[in-house]
Design a protein around this ligand. Structure first.
Ligand SMILES: Cc1cc2nc3c(=O)[nH]c(=O)nc-3n(C[C@H](O)[C@H](O)[C@H](O)COP(=O)(O)O)c2cc1C
Length: 138
């Protein structure tokens, strides 16, 4: 079972989520590659059994617009039939960016297994939630 985590993070919260989710996946025996968006070839990402994508809520309830969203746009035509899970950190919103993102991936034909949002930095209960999210995906 090969899993790939691709994420963007400005202040480290979504990056922390990525690390905790990786731990959960590894607890279940998955081989995990984790990389900042742009670091891994698309072919390697798209070949994974499970594709985890992480991005915080930015702009006004949208994906980060300089790096992550352009990459998302460039690969979403190849997402049909892929199993994905989405995650990210937010602050003052109500999670609208994640609802929009789930719909977008479903429209692209992806099988969105699950999604997780965490308010700011994962800690305590939300830290545990991230590990359990990773475990629950396998
Ligand atoms: C430019 C900018 C725009 C943001 N827009 C939103 C927003 O629309 N809704 C929201 O809930 N949080 C918003 N936030 C808060 C971030 O989602 C939050 O700080 C998050 O923890 C950042 O994750 P990161 O540490 O992985 O970069 C914004 C933050 C920045 C810097």
């Amino acid at each position: 079972m090969k899993s790939v985590i691709v994420y963007w993070s400005g202040t480290g919260n979504t990056e922390m989520m990525a690390g905790l989710i990786q731990k959960g996946l590894e607890n279940k025996g998955a081989a995990v590659t984790k990389a900042f968006v742009g670091e891994l070839p698309d072919d390697e990402i798209l070949a994974a059994d499970l594709i985890l994508l992480g991005c915080p809520s930015m702009g006004d309830e949208v994906l980060e617009e300089a790096e992550f969203d352009p990459w998302m746009t460039s690969v979403e035509g190849r997402m049909a039939g892929k199993t994905v899970a989405l995650f990210g950190s937010y602050d003052w919103g109500d999670g609208q960016w994640m609802r929009t993102w789930v719909e977008r991936m479903e429209s692209a034909g992806a099988n969105v297994k699950s999604s997780l949002i965490v308010n700011l930095t994962p800690e305590g209960d939300t830290e545990q939630q991230c590990v359990q999210f990773g475990e629950s995906l396998l």
